[in-house]
Design a protein around this ligand. Structure first.
Ligand SMILES: [Ca+2]
Ligand SMILES: [Ca+2]
Length: 206
């Protein structure tokens, strides 16, 4: 995991510019957390996940020097598959607003029956929030991007749910990346795998 400051400046150059202008504190505020799996964090299959599902940190199939999350399953019927960090990751959201959360996703081994992917976040009170986004191009080669929108002031909008501890429907900060869940009732699959990397959140409005 690493901190990324801004897309158009190297961290060092950007910090130097801001320090020179007496604005270094602003750089700290705009720092963006990217969950990139390079520290090889411990991961696990959810307790309720289908028995033949797996969650691992593996090498990127296109770049052996890059570590990514792999979620895979075999012969799933009427169940779901979910994997997660054993310990919640760094904070993605620290204050209220509307955020766009993006991740790189590789769908080469993703079967056509998979229609959506649920992003799981955990808030400061240990309430887990899940946001579901459509999978539009299963089987597509290479890496693409998937995105979810989270409004912290109305965190249970359409295509979302929450559970866990202290479930109050209120998003308590900080909010951390937890994992992914796929499938639901009546989901059937002969198997497949997803590769995921570089999860980050960007505030798009107050
Ligand atoms: Ca990575
Ligand atoms: Ca809460």
């Amino acid at each position: 995991m690493k901190l990324r400051i801004a897309p158009f400046f190297s961290t060092t150059a950007f910090s130097a510019v801001l320090a020179g202008a007496g604005l270094f504190a602003a750089a700290t505020v705009s720092a963006e957390t990217v969950i990139d799996f390079e520290s090889s964090p411990e991961v696990a299959v959810d307790i309720n996940s289908h028995a033949d599902s797996h969650c691992e940190v593996v090498a990127d199939p296109a770049d052996s020097g890059n570590l990514v999350l792999r979620l895979s399953w075999k012969d799933v019927s009427g169940s779901h598959v979910a994997g997660r960090l054993s310990k919640p990751g760094e904070a993605l959201i620290r204050s209220s607003g509307v955020y766009e959360i993006t991740a790189k996703i590789n769908l080469e081994q993703c079967p056509h029956e998979l229609k959506s992917l649920g992003l799981r976040l955990v808030d400061g009170g240990q309430e887990t929030f899940q946001y579901t986004a459509p999978i539009t191009a299963p089987g597509e080669p290479g890496w693409t991007e998937i995105r979810w929108i989270v409004n912290t002031d109305a965190p249970l909008a359409a295509h979302s749910a929450s559970w866990g501890l202290r479930v109050d429907g209120v998003m308590d900060f900080p909010v951390r990346f937890l994992g992914f869940g796929i499938g639901n009732k009546n989901w059937n699959s002969d198997g497949g795998a997803l590769f995921i990397d570089d999860i980050s959140a960007k505030k798009i409005s107050d």
